[in-house]
Design a protein around this ligand. Structure first.
Ligand SMILES: [Zn+2]
Ligand SMILES: [Zn+2]
Length: 257
C-alpha cells in the first residue's frame, strides 16, 4: 500500500503509522502529521488517532476486517471512532470492501444510512467468480436429504471426472452436532447465547458450549409442531466421512476433497 502511494504522490507527502515503528520513528511521523507536512497518512487501526490538522477524508479499506476492533485496553472500534471524527471534521468516511461487513451492508442497502457506491468492474477488469447460493431448506423440500446440495454434488462429480481438486470449507471442527427440524429448518438454540445447542448422547442433553445452559431432547419442533426433528453432525470429521461414502473415488487421494 505504502509503495503504491509513494510512487503516485511522492515520499514527502506521506506519513505512515504502525506498531512496528520504533518510538523515534513514530515521533518523527507524528510530528510530520502534526505540522501538516504530510498530506496522506497511511496506517493500521491506531492511525485513526493521528494528530491531523485539516482532515479531508477518511478511508477504511477492507472495512469488514474484525481487527478494526481493538481487544486491548482501552477497547475501541476504529470504524466507530472514524465515524465520530469524520462528523467532527465534516468530511466523508469511505468504508471500502469487496465483501462488506453485514452490518455496514445492511445500513447501506436497506436502511440507506450510508451511501452505497458500487464498483461494477474489478480494478484489473478480470471477471468475477461465479457464485451460486443454494438454499438447503429448498433441497430438503425437494427430497434431497444428503449433506450436499444437488448442485454441489454435481460439481464435485465433475471435478473428480476431470481429475481436478475440490476445496470444501466448513467452519466447525470435529463431529459437532446440532438439532434441526427437517420440515421448517428450525434449529434449537441457547436461550441466552443464540448459538446452536450441541447434542450430548451420554447425558442425553442439549448443551450450550458457551454458557453451560442445557435442556432435554426436543422431539417436536416448537416452531411448526413437526416430529421431523433430527440431529446432525456438521463438523469436518463427519464431512470427511460423508465424502468418502458419497464419492468413493476420492478415497485414493488422502488430501482429496
Ligand atoms: Zn448459552
Ligand atoms: Zn419445524
Amino acid at each position: 500500500m505504502l509503495d503504491r502511494f509513494i510512487s503516485r504522490f511522492g515520499k514527502e507527502k506521506i506519513a505512515v503509522l504502525h506498531s512496528k515503528l520504533s518510538i523515534g520513528e513514530r515521533y518523527d511521523e507524528w510530528n510530520k502529521i502534526r505540522e501538516g507536512k504530510a498530506n496522506i497518512i497511511i496506517g493500521a487501526r491506531s492511525a485513526i488517532f493521528a494528530p491531523i490538522q485539516n482532515l479531508g477524508i477518511i478511508i477504511i479499506d477492507e472495512e469488514h476486517d474484525s481487527s478494526y476492533k481493538s481487544e486491548a485496553n482501552p477497547k475501541y472500534d476504529a470504524k466507530q471512532v472514524a465515524k465520530y471524527i469524520a462528523k467532527q471534521n465534516n468530511c466523508p468516511l469511505v468504508l471500502g470492501s469487496a465483501t462488506p461487513d453485514i452490518n455496514t451492508y445492511y445500513k447501506a442497502k436497506e436502511l440507506r444510512k450510508i451511501e452505497l457506491l458500487e464498483l461494477t468492474r474489478r480494478a484489473n477488469n478480470s471477471s468475477l467468480p461465479e457464485v451460486e447460493v443454494v438454499d438447503l431448506k429448498q433441497e430438503l423440500a425437494n427430497g434431497n436429504r444428503s449433506m450436499f446440495s444437488r448442485s454441489l454434488y454435481q460439481e464435485i462429480e465433475k471435478n473428480l471426472e476431470q481429475k481436478r481438486q475440490t476445496i470444501l470449507f466448513l467452519n466447525r471442527r470435529g463431529y459437532s452436532t446440532f438439532i434441526m427440524c427437517r420440515e421448517c429448518g428450525y434449529t434449537v438454540k441457547c436461550k441466552n447465547c443464540d448459538i446452536s445447542l450441541t447434542y450430548h448422547s451420554y447425558e442425553k442433553k442439549l448443551k450450550c458450549h458457551y454458557c453451560g445452559y442445557e435442556e432435554n431432547l426436543v422431539t417436536i419442533c416448537p416452531e411448526c409442531g413437526s416430529e421431523k426433528i433430527r440431529y446432525f453432525g456438521t463438523g469436518t470429521q463427519r464431512l470427511e466421512q460423508e465424502i468418502l461414502k458419497q464419492f468413493p473415488r476420492s478415497k485414493n487421494n488422502k488430501n482429496g476433497c
